[in-house]
Ligand binder design. Structure first.
Ligand code: HEM
Length: 493
């Protein structure tokens, strides 16, 4: 038996009976002196915090990154200081569009975020399970998310879902094909990959910079639900992936991924047929092969979901020396958007919540102080950078000062930018169609999965969507049309 836990009020005064309240006579009114009742009801009213918008549904686990293959010619970050180093981390998986509490096996992109607690600060990889994304212009992100959710009348809206893609964001075809392939419904989080999607800039100790893309390949094999299995699982076991993650760890079948990078020089980037900052495109693997760097292993379940997963704040802005964001406009917008979301969701001092604290070092900045829920206000230290104090500054890595050093831009002027759609936007979707053709049934599954969804939209929208798919390969749009007709005939029988 463990020692008894003394029960108290919030100010620490002992409570004799937590279930007894005071009233005047057995039928009389309550006595307001009973502050424990008020405290208990007030706590209950404030139990919920705002959900993440988007990625509200999630599951998390602790683990470690094991650096096992030298990459020092490309990056000198703390994670890679010596081969064999183990860096503790927290990973959170998620779905994008659903409200908190919705089933975790819906057809959706899955988030794959990892916070590494390094001695040079916390590094976050806020990735997805797909190597590309729907849009490459951040101003389109909020409308993209809106169109994937119920409309203004809180009704499912298949027109807005499809018309956004095929009219407002045709560059999304590559990602839409991934989403509607069976990879859009992974069986479990441990059976899917993770990808940075974005291009990042990594620097070595000589100051040489490279573009990189990070890949986390599952060690358990890709396993997906079919459309019908995923729909059934949503109804029968809405926490299927959460339970699978928990039970795999509890039974010591630890989920793990092999972590690799694609590396590209700035010179090579200038010769690509598309922008290296375009997240709707992948880097060809024959020219930029994967270089292994280590393993990510999840081996510890959270003991308190709210404290360790719901309150976790992941952000691409959490970078460490030798790892920077590139000029991908989506990524740069994300640097601002996530900390802003955390301030709104968790409060200004969110980085002091234990799961977010850079506990391998100490966050110290005498200008970042006060505010609600401040836990570490740097004592009586001056509230400015005083010449009377003794500060240590980073003269070695010059981390933030070095951002963009060496990067070449066409000109220095501010330009108005918008993605201009061209044939190159349909080249990779066409290639993906051929790749799917190598696995029996995969092309058929894509056609069936799209048709099952698109049949709910109007015939005009169906036509527009089919024409859009035909830009990748006429077999797709034509096939979807035939499949819709088949599904509609069989539903009438
Ligand atoms: C301009 C584009 C984007 C914007 C403005 C944006 C914004 C957001 C916001 C506001 C959140 C909620 C954060 C929170 O409350 O903690 C979020 C979550 C998330 N986003 Fe994005 N996002 C964008 C693109 C992307 C891309 C391209 C990826 C993946 C490559 C991505 C992956 C994620 C993940 C994994 C989460 C969940 C983080 C967690 O587990 O807590 N997002 N996003």
């Amino acid at each position: 038996m463990t020692a008894p836990k003394k029960v108290t009020t919030d100010n620490g005064a002992p409570i004799s009976d937590p279930e007894t309240i005071q009233r005047i006579g057995s039928d009389g009114p309550l006595v307001l002196h009973d502050t424990n009742l008020i405290e208990t009801l007030a706590h209950f009213n404030r139990e919920f915090i705002p959900p993440r918008n988007p990625h509200a549904v999630g599951s998390g686990a602790f683990g470690e990154f094991i650096y096992d293959t030298d990459i020092s010619d490309v990056c000198s970050a703390a994670l890679f200081s010596e081969v064999g180093l183990r860096t503790p981390c927290l990973t959170r998986f998620s779905t994008v569009a659903g409200d908190r509490g919705s089933a975790d096996t819906v057809r959706d992109v899955c988030g794959f975020s990892t916070k590494f607690y390094t001695k040079e600060g916390n590094l976050d990889w806020v990735f997805n399970n797909t190597p590309v994304f729907f849009v490459n212009n951040p101003i389109k992100f909020p409308q993209f998310i809106h169109t994937q959710r119920p409309n203004s009348k809180n009704l499912p809206d298949f027109e807005q879902f499809w018309l956004f893609f095929c009219e407002n964001a045709q560059e999304s075809l590559h990602q839409v094909m991934v989403l509607f392939s069976n990879r859009g419904t992974p069986y479990s989080y441990k059976n899917m990959n993770g990808y940075s999607g974005h291009t990042y800039v990594w620097t070595n100790s000589k100051g040489e910079k490279h573009y990189v893309q990070v890949h986390l390949k599952t060690d358990h094999g890709i396993k997906n639900f079919t459309n019908e299995e995923a729909v059934k699982t949503c109804g029968e076991n809405p926490l299927h992936r959460q339970i699978d993650l928990h039970d795999s760890i509890a039974s010591k079948n630890y989920p793990s991924w092999t972590v690799s990078v694609q590396v590209m020089s700035f010179e090579e980037a200038s010769k690509l047929p598309f922008s290296v900052f375009d997240i709707t495109k992948v880097w060809p693997h024959d020219k930029f092969p994967l270089r292994r760097i280590g393993k990510l292993v999840l081996n510890e379940n959270p003991t308190n979901y709210f404290a360790q997963v719901e309150q976790a704040a992941f952000s691409p802005a959490n970078m460490i020396p030798y790892m920077e964001a590139s000029n991908d406009p989506m990524l740069v917008a994300r640097l601002l958007s996530y900390p802003d979301a955390h301030r709104a969701r968790l409060g200004k001092n969110y980085s002091q919540i234990p799961v977010n604290c850079p506990y391998k070092t100490r966050a110290y900045n005498p200008l970042h102080r006060d505010g609600k829920m401040q836990m570490d206000n740097f004592g009586s230290d001056p509230r400015y950078f005083s010449t009377l104090e003794n500060y240590e500054f980073d003269t070695k890595t010059q981390f933030l000062k070095n951002l963009n050093k060496g990067a070449k831009f066409n000109n220095n002027q501010i330009v108005e930018w918008k993605h201009e759609l061209s044939d190159i936007d349909f080249v990779q979707p066409a290639q993906l169609w051929k790749v799917l053709g190598k696995t029996p049934g995969e092309q058929k599954a894509l056609i069936h999965n799209v048709a099952s969804h698109l049949q709910n939209a109007s015939p005009t929208t169906q036509d527009k969507v089919c024409k859009w798919f035909n830009k990748a390969n006429v077999e797709i749009g034509t096939g979807i049309k035939l499949e819709i007709a088949k599904l509609q005939r069989s539903s009438k029988l």
